[in-house]
Structures are given as structure tokens and as C-alpha cells.
Ligand binder design. Structure first.
Ligand code: BTN
Length: 122
């Protein structure tokens, strides 16, 4: 079974915790990014999300948002949990990072997109 709970680290060195999943599949936790698009000092930031089929033995899809505490941006991640033949769990995600721009004329440059794989570190 793929378990989203615990800690995860991605290829950038960012880490996140997931506190207990409730029966509805929603969860909260924190995210410590290793990199930022701003020059401000990085702060651990809250994340909130939801997982499908919280009690089934499957490879669930999930999504979460991070409300950055040191910038005006928001990131949304969606992904799926997989287990390889060694039993190692990975969270394969795609993210969108929306930056606050002062005018809608700057919307074209306001969103970054990427992929990220998280593995369990604890
Ligand atoms: C900001 O720069 O305004 C907030 C931090 C953004 C960090 C991004 S979110 C997507 C990517 N994955 C990470 O772990 N960190 C960066």
C-alpha cells in the first residue's frame, strides 16, 4: 500500500511532512522548500491536500497546495503514489507555481510548471 504519511524529499532537496490523513482523505502538513524564485529568506510553509481512496490498497492520486509564508506565491501539486518492486514508495507529482503580478498584463509570465518526485526519508 502506498502511504502518503511521513516525510518526503524531492530531487531539489525540499522536504515535507504529512500529518495524519483523516477518514475523508484530507491532510495537512508543512513544506520546507530548498529553493525559491524570490530572494527572501525561506520559511517552512503550511500545506493542505486531499488523497483519493484513503483506506484502499491502491496507488492513490492526491493534490495539495502550499501557501508560502515568505512570498505572495502559491504552488499546487497533483500526483500519484507508486511502490516499486523493492517496496519503495515514490510520489510522482506535477506542480504549478503562481506568482502574484501587479497587472493582468503580466499574467503570461506568472505561472511556472514542473515535475517532482518525492521519496520517503523517514
Ligand atoms: C517562491 O519562490 O515564491 C516560493 C517557493 C517556491 C518553491 C518551488 S514550488 C515548486 C518547486 N519544488 C520545490 O520543492 N520548490 C520549488
Amino acid at each position: 500500500q502506498c502511504d502518503l504519511q511521513g516525510l518526503g524529499r524531492n530531487e531539489l532537496g525540499s522536504s515535507m511532512t504529512i500529518l495524519a490523513l483523516n477518514t475523508a482523505g484530507t491532510f495537512s502538513g508543512s513544506y520546507h522548500t530548498a529553493v525559491a524564485a524570490t530572494n527572501k529568506q525561506i520559511l517552512v510553509s503550511p500545506r493542505q491536500g486531499a488523497q483519493q481512496h484513503p483506506s484502499a490498497k491502491r496507488h492513490p492520486t492526491f493534490g495539495f497546495t502550499v501557501q508560502w509564508q515568505f512570498s505572495d506565491s502559491t504552488t499546487a501539486f497533483v500526483g500519484q503514489c507508486f511502490v516499486d518492486h523493492h517496496g519503495t514508495e515514490t510520489l510522482e507529482t506535477t506542480w504549478l507555481l503562481r506568482e502574484e503580478v501587479l497587472s493582468h498584463k503580466d499574467t503570461w509570465k506568472a505561472t511556472r510548471v514542473g515535475t517532482s518526485i518525492f521519496t520517503r526519508i523517514k
